[in-house]
Design a protein around this ligand. Structure first.
Ligand SMILES: Cc1cc2nc3c(=O)[nH]c(=O)nc-3n(C[C@H](O)[C@H](O)[C@H](O)COP(=O)(O)O)c2cc1C
Length: 209
């Protein structure tokens, strides 16, 4: 599928065919494509919980405004943004530094500079750490929905859920924030999509101050 067609045909769909599952191979491919999303210092502070079985999806639906697609979609992704994903000692911060040294974009002696830069940018306050986690994971989530569409899989991102309730119900460690839930699956035959939503124009988007 052409990139333009992927962008133009992606919709937050309201219905999913409950009998059509997303294969493990497709899920893997869509996640691996989305993993190409950019992130600050390549820290990639995102993770996903994948809910497939009905009882888990119903547990989540109770905490997600009873939105039917939460249990009807074959897969629900709980998108997780790691607020600690910039800290010294964090496994992916350490892995990232090693990889940067391996590929020549950092030298061993720059380690302290790198750790200080992360701390100054993201560790100065709770808000900074939250912004770090959410902005990077937002790019990942968008890439995930476009990757899904390119494979013929429809999605629906959702904010309508009890954040702290979901954290508690699914034993999610407190370093994570959930920017969205994403339902994924296939739009069913016999249903019609709602008309496309309005979008801001170029002139409305580009501003001067
Ligand atoms: C972060 C985020 C949260 C959203 N939360 C919900 C939600 O809880 N329920 C819902 O019906 N739609 C939700 N949406 C879908 C939007 O309403 C939808 O993307 C928007 O109206 C544009 O429609 P389109 O994606 O089909 O172009 C959410 C979208 C985003 C990006």
């Amino acid at each position: 599928m052409e990139f333009k067609d992927v962008v133009n045909s992606r919709r937050a769909v309201n219905f999913f065919d409950p009998d059509k599952t997303v294969s493990d191979d497709s899920l893997r491919e869509m996640v691996e494509l989305a993993a190409k999303a950019p992130s600050s210092f390549n820290l990639q502070p995102w993770s996903l919980m994948v809910l497939k079985n009905s009882s888990d999806k119903l547990r989540l639906r109770k905490l997600a405004w009873d939105q039917p697609r939460v249990s009807e979609a074959p897969i629900i992704l709980i998108v997780l943004a790691d607020r600690n994903g910039w800290k010294e000692g964090h496994p992916f911060v350490e892995k990232n530094f090693k990889e940067m040294v391996k590929t020549g974009s950092m030298k061993d002696e720059q380690r302290q500079w790198f750790l200080d830069a992360c701390k100054n940018l993201y560790g100065a306050s709770k808000e900074k750490a939250q912004a770090f986690a959410l902005k990077n994971t937002g790019f990942f989530a968008m890439a995930l929905m476009l990757a899904a569409k390119s494979l013929g899989i429809d999605t629906h991102p959702m904010d309508g859920f009890d954040h702290d309730g979901v954290i508690k119900e699914f034993n999610i460690p407190e370093n994570y924030w959930i920017p969205a839930l994403i339902a994924a699956g296939y739009f069913p035959n016999g249903k019609t999509l709602l008309p496309p939503k309005w979008r801001k124009t170029f002139e409305e988007i580009v501003v001067k101050f």
